[in-house]
Design a protein around this ligand. Structure first.
Ligand code: 5GP
Ligand code: ZN
Length: 107
């Protein structure tokens, strides 16, 4: 089994409150929410961080960004939201599996 906590969420070895899933992406509630709505969107395929993304990941990264407003709207944030991607130790990244934070307050 992978020792990556988000890969374990993808493989359902660790439970999570999943709010969106398709063949390539998974979104679930952050375990320590920093806002009333705090979601994490990840690629199912392991990628440590944005700094590890390759040209071959272009379509996947685009898919992630396009999914954000849809997932946000489905979770009460149709009026707007914040996004954050922490990259590397210097960027405060704690879990080294690429994720987009989606944060906001339902209207
Ligand atoms: P980072 O600092 O790496 O950008 O953010 C990692 C996020 O993952 C944190 O906001 C943290 O609360 C969240 N997190 C860490 N472990 C788990 C977990 O096991 N389940 C869920 N749902 N979120 C987690
Ligand atoms: Zn992983």
């Amino acid at each position: 089994m992978s020792d990556c906590i988000f890969c374990q969420i993808v493989s359902k070895h660790i439970p999570a409150q999943v709010v969106y899933e398709d063949e390539a992406l998974l979104a679930f509630k952050d375990i320590r929410p920093a806002a009333p709505v705090h979601l994490l969107l990840i690629p199912k395929q392991h990628m440590a961080s944005l700094a590890d993304a390759q040209a071959t990941d272009e379509a996947l990264l685009g898919k992630m960004l396009l999914a954000v407003p849809k997932i946000a709207a489905e979770n009460g944030l149709a009026h707007g939201f914040k996004t954050q991607i922490n990259t590397g130790v210097g960027g405060g990244q704690e879990v080294f599996h690429l994720h987009i934070h989606i944060l906001g307050q339902p209207a």
